[in-house]
Design a protein around this ligand. Structure first.
Ligand code: ARG
Length: 578
C-alpha cells in the first residue's frame, strides 16, 4: 500500500518524467500538484509545464505533452492528458483507488507514515502567568500548542512540552508583600477564585503607596537571593495558581501536567552564567548602566540599534534574559531539533531577537520558530473583554461553553442524563477549540457563540454530528464490516469520498509542515461534506447487493476513523452518539 502523501507521490512521478524528458532536475514540489477543481476531468493537475516552458524556451503545451509521454503510470494512473495551456490532468485508476481504500481500512495509521528519523521538538505553549488568571491569549496558545503536540506525536516525533509559567520577576515583590499584609489565610480562601483581584489590589497599592512600593522592591531582592521565608510564601502562591491552571487544563482536556511546568523561576540559577557567557563572547555590552546585547539587523524607528536587556541597572534580570537562558537550555540540555514557541503575535520582535542572539552565541543551530497567533476579538471587533471590562476569564468562558452546549444537547432526548453531560462537554469545549483552530492562526478572529455552536458550517459540532451519524449507520447495520472486505466504487459520490479519505496523509503533512491546524480542519470539513453527499446518493443498508452494502459500510467505518482521529489531533472529542 502507498503510505503517505499522495500529492508528493504524484509530484515525484512528474519530476522524474521531467528529468527523463528534458534532463533537468526538479523537486516534487516544483511539479506543483493540486487537487483538480470541480469541472475538470481529473483528480489532480500538475502545473509544472508553465514555469518549465519559460526556463527551457519550449512552448508549454509541448512541455506538458513530453511530460505525459514520460510519466510513470504503473497501476495507479490512467493515461494522463494535457489540458489548456499545459496543465497535466491526472486521474487515479478506479481499481487502484478501490484497492488502496480497502487497504487503508485495515491500516491503523490511516496511511500516515511514521517519521524516520523522528525529530525532537521542544514546544513552549500555554505559559500563563501565576496569580493572574489565564486569559484569551493563553487559550489560543494552549489550544494551538496542544494540537501541534498531538500532530507531531502522531507523526512519530518526540515532543517535550514546556509550560513557561510566568512565576518570577518584579510583580512577585508586591504580591508577596500584599499577602503578608493581608495574612495568607485570607488570601488562601480567595486565591483560586480571585487571583486576579488579588493581583489588582497589590498593583493599586504599589502605585499609590510609596512605602509599600519600597517594601515590594526589597521583597523582590529577598526572593531572588533565596531568603527562606519569602521563598516559602512564594511557593505557596505558585502552587495555588498551578492548581487553578490544572483545573482549566482538566476541563479543556489538555494533557499538560506539572511535569511540563518549567516556569521562569527555573532559569533563575542559570542567569548569571548565561550573562557571563554573553560577556565572554563579547556580545553583551554595558549600556546606560544596564547590560545589553544589540543583535545585528534590529533597529528602532529612527534606525538606532535595539537592545535586548540582559541585566537591568538595578542588577535584576528580566523576561528577555530568562528567555535567553531558556533557549540555551532547550537547545543544549534538552537537545531539541525543533524549538517551537506558541506565543501571541505581539511578542514577535522579542522572539526574533532571542533567536538572533541565541544563533550568534552558538547555542541555536537548528530550527526555531515562532508559531504566532492573532487576537480573539469581541463582537465590537476589539480585543475581547468581559462585561465588567476586565480581560476575559478563561475558566468562566469554558464553563459557559459547556452550559450553552448543554442547551443544544438537551433537545436530543435519546441520550441519558450521564451521556448528555459528557456530550455537552465534548460539544462545548470542542466548539471553543475548533473556532480557535479553524481559522488561519495568524489572523484575529471574532468570538461568536452562535457561530461556533452552529449545527451546519465549518464547526466542531457539525463534524461531531457527522461522525455520530456515521456511527449510527454502522450500529443499524449490526456493527462494522468484516476485516478485509473489498471496497468497490461504482458511484461518483463514493469515489469522491474515497479520494478524500486517501488524502488524510496529505492533510496531515501540510498541517505539520506549516504548523497550521486550520488545514486539518478544512480537510475534515470537506470530508464530512463528501460523506454527506455519499449518504444522500448511495443507499447503504439498502444497497443493491450484499457486496456493495459491505463496501459502503467500509467507507462509513473509514470515514468515522478519519473523523475521530482528525478531531483527536485537534484535541476534540467525538462522541459516538450526539
Ligand atoms: N507568560 C507569557 C505571557 O503570558 C508567555 C510566555 C511565552 N513563552 C516564552 N518563552 N516567552 O505573555
Amino acid at each position: 500500500m502507498l503510505r503517505g502523501d499522495l500529492e508528493r507521490e504524484l509530484g515525484r512521478r512528474v519530476a522524474s518524467a521531467v528529468g527523463s524528458a528534458f534532463g533537468v532536475a526538479i523537486s516534487p514540489e516544483e511539479a506543483v500538484i493540486r487537487p483538480a477543481a470541480p469541472g475538470h476531468q481529473a483528480d489532480y493537475q500538475s502545473n509544472a509545464a508553465m514555469p518549465l516552458a519559460r526556463r527551457l524556451e519550449v512552448p508549454s503545451p509541448e512541455v506538458a505533452a513530453r511530460i505525459v509521454e514520460q510519466l510513470e503510470m504503473g497501476d495507479m494512473l490512467e493515461p494522463p492528458r494535457v489540458e489548456g495551456p499545459g496543465f497535466v490532468n491526472l486521474v487515479l485508476r478506479p481499481d487502484w483507488l478501490e484497492r488502496h481504500t480497502t487497504e487503508l481500512a485495515s491500516d491503523d495509521r490511516l496511511g500516515v507514515p511514521l517519521a524516520a528519523p523522528p525529530r525532537r521538538a521542544v514546544i513552549d505553549y500555554s505559559s500563563p502567568n501565576v496569580v493572574k488568571e489565564m486569559h484569551a491569549g493563553h487559550l489560543r496558545s494552549t489550544v494551538i500548542g496542544d494540537s501541534i503536540s498531538r500532530l507531531l506525536r502522531f507523526r512519530g516525533h518526540q515532543v517535550i512540552p514546556q509550560n513557561h509559567l510566568g512565576d518570577w520577576g518584579t510583580p512577585f515583590g508586591m504580591l508577596l508583600e500584599h499577602m503578608l499584609d493581608e495574612g495568607w489565610d485570607r488570601a488562601g480562601q480567595h486565591a483560586i477564585a480571585d487571583l486576579n483581584r488579588f493581583y489588582q489590589e497589590a498593583r493599586i497599592k504599589f502605585d499609590s503607596d510609596p512605602a509599600f512600593a519600597e517594601r515590594a522592591r526589597r521583597r523582590v531582592a529577598a526572593l531572588q537571593s533565596g531568603e527562606p521565608e519569602t521563598v516559602t510564601l512564594w511557593r505557596e502562591l505558585v502552587a495555588e495558581s498551578i492548581r487553578h491552571f490544572e483545573r482549566v487544563y482538566e476541563l479543556m482536556g489538555v494533557p499538560l501536567t506539572p511535569a511540563d511546568n518549567r516556569g521562569e523561576s527555573f532559569y533563575n540559577p542559570m542567569l548569571a552564567d548565561v550573562a557571563d557567557e554573553l560577556v565572554a563572547r563579547g556580545l553583551a555590552v554595558p549600556s546606560q548602566g544596564a547590560l545589553c546585547v544589540f543583535p545585528p539587523g534590529f533597529t528602532g524607528r529612527g534606525g538606532e540599534p535595539l537592545p535586548l536587556i540582559v541585566r537591568y541597572s538595578s542588577g535584576g534580570y528580566g523576561y528577555a534574559m530568562t528567555d535567553l537562558a531558556a533557549i540555551r537550555y532547550r537547545a543544549r540540555d534538552l537537545r531539541a531539533d525543533d524549538l517551537l514557541y506558541v506565543v501571541g503575535a505581539d511578542q514577535r520582535l522579542h522572539l526574533q531577537m532571542i533567536f538572533a542572539v541565541a544563533r550568534i552565541a552558538g547555542w541555536l543551530t537548528t530550527r526555531a520558530e515562532h508559531v504566532s497567533f492573532g487576537l480573539i476579538l469581541g463582537a465590537d471587533h476589539k480585543r475581547i473583554r468581559s462585561r465588567s471590562g476586565d480581560s476575559i476569564k478563561l475558566l468562566e468562558l469554558l464553563e459557559e461553553a459547556v452550559d450553552r452546549a448543554a442547551a443544544v444537547v438537551a433537545e436530543r432526548s435519546e441520550l441519558t442524563e450521564v451521556e448528555r453531560g459528557r456530550v455537552a462537554r465534548a460539544v462545548g469545549i470542542g466548539a471553543v477549540k475548533y473556532a480557535d483552530l479553524s481559522g488561519d492562526r495568524d489572523k484575529d478572529y471574532v468570538f461568536d457563540w452562535d457561530r461556533m455552536l452552529a449545527m451546519d458550517g465549518n464547526t466542531a459540532v457539525y463534524l461531531q454530528y457527522a461522525n455520530a451519524r456515521v456511527q449510527s449507520v454502522i450500529r443499524k447495520a449490526g456493527g462494522p464490516p468484516a476485516p478485509g472486505t473489498a471496497v468497490m466504487l461504482p458511484e461518483p459520490a463514493e469515489r469522491a469520498l474515497s479520494l478524500k479519505l486517501a488524502q488524510f496523509p496529505t492533510a496531515i503533512e501540510a498541517t505539520i509542515e506549516h504548523l497550521q491546524p486550520h488545514r486539518l480542519c478544512t480537510y475534515l470539513y470537506e470530508t464530512a461534506v463528501a460523506f454527506s453527499t455519499f449518504y444522500e446518493r448511495c443507499p447503504i443498508l439498502a444497497a443493491d447487493t450484499d457486496a456493495l452494502r459491505a463496501s459502503r459500510l467500509v467507507l462509513c467505518e473509514l470515514t468515522s476513523r478519519v473523523m475521530v482521529r482528525g478531531l483527536d489531533l485537534l484535541g476534540i472529542e467525538a462522541p459516538e452518539r450526539l
